[in-house]
Design a protein around this ligand. Structure first.
Ligand SMILES: Cc1cc2nc3c(=O)[nH]c(=O)nc-3n(C[C@H](O)[C@H](O)[C@H](O)COP(=O)(O)OP(=O)(O)OC[C@H]3O[C@@H](n4cnc5c(N)ncnc54)[C@H](O)[C@@H]3O)c2cc1C
Ligand SMILES: NC(=O)c1ccc[n+]([C@@H]2O[C@H](COP(=O)([O-])OP(=O)(O)OC[C@H]3O[C@@H](n4cnc5c(N)ncnc54)[C@H](O)[C@@H]3O)[C@@H](O)[C@H]2O)c1
Length: 469
């Protein structure tokens, strides 16, 4: 078989390349050894957000008191909650399905692909030769060699959403986005939850902003042990013990391993194609080319930031290179990320610490609290804040923690990607009353001292007022 573009993996990254390339006229072959849609649809974003949504409804019932509505303890049917999760996946699945892609003109082969040469991949006994190959084979849960882990039953994101019984006491190894989202989902659905984190929970985020998430989770009953590196695991189903390096012991009924991800580089025959692996991930240049210039790699397999929207963005970069021969390069300074806890935690561009390191004294920081936003007050969602990092009137980073932070960061993702100034944002008219006003307010606050504490502005106003008839 011969084609223009061969895509290995039908997850967020591979599907985006295949759909774009086929619709623009290229002959595309897509290989998928597992479920169409990959991690995001089947074991990642979609089920985790569906579970969080159910958990949020349960929490609303507990917290209705403040609105004058009698709070009630929710009766949670975990199996039915998981049916809701499965329903969300099933509703989205046709969009990622083999039938849809075949309808777009893609040849879909449901088999494992393996390089046998620089331009040849074998799948299901067929040798496929392609002008360009895009590896989008994703990542799998990282299960490090923690003593005893291989002797006990444990869950990962690939098995968690198959559960039908609410875990009595869920121990979670790792306090990254997966660990924290699943901690809140489960505590709200009625589990006891303990997070065991080697360093700091949500350690990639601004600690001041992450602290609000931690406070909230602790308030809801999640036990969070930081500086606790899991060293040993023992027990059996229903009675498990995790022991940290410093001797702390944690007991629970279930164990979720959320310790990061491992790129799926094994079994691809990368050596046969001259493709180098570095620190367990496929090495790519700024154009997302591997060490074999005819082969590209995008999404989680490259071991960088791991997000569905990033996979989609990288697919666009590769399409420009592969279809039109343009020297398109990927940039990462405008890629947002959101952890969908409540409050949500969102970031685009540099955090405060990164911005200080990069810009020193030129950096200006503005913060605004949700407590001053009328919509937040009306909705009793005043916990939260936005922090704006700016240099010479342009945002270089924005951190938001609070209700709908993931929606609010969208404006700033646009601002950073298009190089908008704070003047542009301050000059926008935002509808009242919305949380969206927070962004405009923060941009306005940046100019307040420049405008209101400025002797020249005051003098100019007095002069004009004297001259006006
Ligand atoms: C619990 C969880 C929650 C998440 N939540 C979010 C979120 O809210 N927002 C967000 O942006 N991101 C989220 N992510 C991350 C997101 O899911 C990933 O970044 C995204 O799925 C990466 O897409 P990908 O196409 O690179 O890889 P994948 O989706 O893993 O797809 C790779 C595909 O390649 C196939 N494959 C592998 N090897 C071969 C081979 N040799 N031959 C044929 N097929 C092969 C696999 O079967 C798989 O289907 C979450 C991840 C997890 C685990
Ligand atoms: N909302 C989202 O966009 C979202 C949600 C979930 C996952 N994801 C993606 O999936 C990726 C994986 O998420 P994750 O949370 O599994 O990984 P992660 O790498 O973000 O977090 C893993 C955590 O485990 C800790 N750890 C490592 N070894 C340990 C040990 N022995 N004992 C205790 N703690 C230990 C680390 O210090 C780290 O904080 C993320 O990078 C993210 O891109 C995104």
């Amino acid at each position: 078989m011969d084609c223009d573009i061969l895509v290995i993996g039908a997850g967020s990254a591979g599907l985006s390349v295949a759909a774009g390339a086929a619709q623009m006229g290229a002959r595309v072959v897509l290989l998928e050894k597992g479920e169409m849609g990959g991690d995001c649809l089947n074991y990642g974003c979609v089920p985790s957000k569906a579970l969080l949504a159910a958990a949020a409804r349960a929490q609303d019932m507990r917290e209705a008191g403040g609105f004058g509505i009698a709070p009630v303890a929710p009766q949670v049917d975990y199996a039915a909650v998981m049916e809701h999760v499965a329903g969300a996946i099933a509703t989205i699945a046709p969009h990622d399905s083999q039938a849809r892609f075949e309808g777009l003109g893609v040849t879909v082969i449901r088999a494992h692909g393996r390089f046998t040469g620089p331009r040849t991949v074998v799948a299901d006994g067929t040798a496929i030769t392609a002008r360009r190959v895009v590896i989008a084979a994703g990542a799998a849960p990282l299960v490090p060699p923690i003593a005893g882990l291989d002797t006990v039953p444990y869950l990962t994101n690939e098995t968690l959403f198959d559960g039908t019984e609410l875990p009595g006491h869920l121990l979670i190894l790792g306090g990254g986005p997966i660990g924290m989202e699943m901690a809140q989902a489960h505590v709200r659905l009625g589990s006891r939850v303990t997070v065991i984190e080697a360093e700091q929970v949500l350690g990639k985020d601004d600690p001041e902003m992450a602290a609000l998430v931690l406070d909230r989770l602790r308030h809801e009953g999640v036990e969070i042990a930081e500086g606790a590196r899991a060293a040993r695991v023992s027990g059996q189903a229903g009675a498990l013990t995790v022991e940290a390096e410093d001797g702390r012991r944690f007991e629970g009924t279930h164990l979720l391993v959320a310790l990061g991800r491992k790129p799926n580089v094994e079994g691809l025959g990368l050596e046969a194609a001259g493709i180098n692996v570095e620190r367990g991930a496929i090495k790519v240049d700024a154009r997302l080319r591997t060490t074999n210039p005819r082969v590209y790699a995008i999404g989680d397999i490259t071991g960088g930031l791991q997000f569905t929207h990033l996979a989609g963005y990288e697919a666009g970069v590769v399409i420009r290179s592969v279809l039109f021969g343009l020297p398109a390069k990927a940039r990462y300074d405008h890629i947002p990320r959101v952890t969908y806890t409540d409050p949500e935690l969102a970031q685009v561009g540099l955090t405060e610490a990164e911005a200080r390191a990069a810009h020193g004294d030129r950096l200006e920081i503005v913060t605004e609290s949700y407590a001053g936003n009328d919509r937040a007050i009306a909705s009793r969602r005043t916990e939260g804040r936005i922090k704006l990092m700016a240099v010479k009137g342009r945002p270089v980073g924005v951190s938001i923690v609070g209700a709908e932070a993931g929606e609010l960061i969208v404006l700033w993702a646009l601002a950073l990607s298009r190089g908008l100034s704070l003047k542009d944002v301050a000059g926008m008219v935002a509808p009242y009353p919305t949380l969206g006003e927070l962004g405009k307010r923060a941009a306005g606050t940046y100019f307040s001292p420049k405008l209101f504490d400025n002797i020249w502005v005051k003098r100019a106003v007095r002069t004009v007022q004297r001259l006006l008839p």
